[in-house]
Design a protein around this ligand. Sequence first.
Ligand code: NAI
Length: 377
Amino acid sequence: MTKLKWGMIGGGEGSQIGPAHRLGALADGRFAFTAGALDHRPDVGRDYAQRLGISADRAYGDWEEMLAGEKDRDDRIDLVTVATPNATHFEITKSFLEAGFNVLCEKPMTMTVEEGEEIVKIAEKSGKICAVNYCYSAYPMVRQARAMVRAGEIGKVRLVVTSFSHGHHGDATDADNPRVRWRYDPEMAGVSGQFADCGIHALHMASFICDDEVQRLSADFASTIPSRVLEDDAMVNFRMEGGTVGRLWTSSVAIGRQHGFDIQVFGETGGLRWASEQPNQLIYTPVGGRTQIIEKGEGGLHEDAQRLSRVAIAHPEGFPLAVANIYCDLADAISGADRDGLPNAADGVRSMAAVHTAVASAKDGGTWMDARPPMFR
Ligand code: NAI
């Protein structure tokens, strides 16, 4: 089977998310790393791309050079990943979609709802895939949770409770460190700090497992370190279109919590619990019954969890392989398969609408507001 050709923008040497994309894209032999504009410094990016095995003529200095270089090639890339800082996602994603490329964009997909709606429309018009890297939804046991909910194994979902709270920005004496400070500066980060950074993963996860969409929300934001303009802690209550009650807490000052992403889903006949720090287990309790641990790799899992488990039961699979599952779904989708678990531009714009609604609600004392983008009302 010929490998699909893959390119990446951003994710250069020393970046946080670049290695996970490279490990993920190349894990299953479906993609060949063919082109890249990996760094905001053209020479550094060209050099690193070549050290990673990309030929000199496809090791580009910036994304515009990459677009110009790739678009008229007979052997153009089949997929481009956008792993640059947030404010650049819209322009790069839009340009590549319009030129007929499939795109995997990092979250958040855009900075505004209007941009997000534009991306949805461009993706529809182009007929190309625009995926968004909500990679936690690709852990096998998260897919198992969604499949169990879809199969009615916990009954109608009443309540979903999720948190994505870590303590890595909890040191007030480090608040002026430039690597931390920009995240709470509206000029650099946009309208929201912690909720836009981590909260949207949790909100997407709630929608994903419950197989439902967020309809309205009420938010309380706090800058617990007073020099921060944007929030470092947020509590968001929400309701889903199907009536499910949602509770979300996200924080960057929760000292002692490391990754800190977990979710609990409570239905009429059972409950489920998953945590990113024990991603290979799903905890299931049927009403009136004993709590059970469902393990990645065990027999009898739902197909969507089984097909994304690589190594045998009790051998851990972690974050890069969750990203690899996104690339598996992408490879399948590019080859024409229907992969409805793949997070897409609609998910991206729903997140942006939720962010902007949460900001408005928090400013208005927690008023409940419609959290959907206008195009989905
Ligand atoms: P980073 O600051 O560690 O790295 C950014 C990389 O992009 C650097 O190599 C930089 O040189 C390069 N870059 C910047 N501007 C560029 C441009 N115009 N053209 C080409 N390269 C450029 O950032 P990090 O943490 O890796 O985040 C990147 C994106 O990934 C962000 O949007 C972030 O929200 C997202 N992210 C997603 C995660 C997930 O779980 N899905 C986890 C971490 C980050």
